[in-house]
Write a protein that binds this ligand. Structure first.
Ligand SMILES: [Fe+2]
Ligand SMILES: [Fe+2]
Length: 191
């Protein structure tokens, strides 16, 4: 349902929870980047009226999530800081084709996959995080990220036939699983 080619390997949750403060800082960066990506698309494609309102709404939701993670960090005595990012999203985006509308289609599908992976991993944290506050926090975010996955797929479906979207999504999902498997094992949402 989430279009992922491979599930998160067993052991990821225990590994990242061992460095929970760093994982939470990375999570804050992910929410900020998700908002930035949606805003960036609104600026880059003003001619595509169909994506402006959905992506503006999505960006606002991601900024709310960003603020929620900042508050969580604050409540735990941690603070937001610069972190070496996982190479995951950059490597995934390098697969986008350079000509339009393929470039936009690929970008939307990569965003859909990133949302799907976040959603899957929030689900793991919602059951395995060490305290009830965190478990409830991740359970609450799950539904939004699943919806964002759907928003990006809906937008992609406006640009190409169902067969083309499905074929390209399959290729990019296989790449996403490969990139993730090759990513250094840092305490990151996408590593
Ligand atoms: Fe989010
Ligand atoms: Fe999201």
């Amino acid at each position: 349902m989430l279009s992922l080619a491979a599930p998160t390997p067993p052991g990821w949750t225990r590994r990242v929870l061992a460095e929970l403060p760093e994982l939470l800082v990375d999570h804050a960066h992910c929410e900020k980047k998700a908002a930035g990506m949606a805003v960036n698309l609104v600026f880059r494609y003003p001619q595509h009226a169909f994506l402006l309102a959905p992506l503006s709404r999505l960006a606002r939701e991601e900024l709310v999530h960003f603020e929620q993670v900042l508050a969580l960090l604050d409540a735990r005595g941690d603070s937001f800081r610069i972190l070496r990012p996982s190479p995951y999203a950059g490597r995934l985006r390098r697969a986008t084709r350079s000509h339009e509308p393929a470039r936009l289609l690929d970008t939307l599908l990569c965003c859909a996959l990133i949302e799907a992976r976040s959603c899957e991993r929030f689900g793991l944290l919602a059951t395995e995080a060490p305290d009830a506050e965190l478990r409830a926090f991740y359970a609450g975010l799950l539904a939004s990220e699943a919806r964002h996955h759907g928003v990006y797929l809906d937008l992609a479906s406006r640009l190409a036939s169902r067969a083309e979207v499905s074929a390209r999504l399959g290729d990019l999902a296989a790449l996403e699983a490969r990139v993730l498997a090759e990513t250094p094992p840092l305490a990151r949402m996408h590593a």
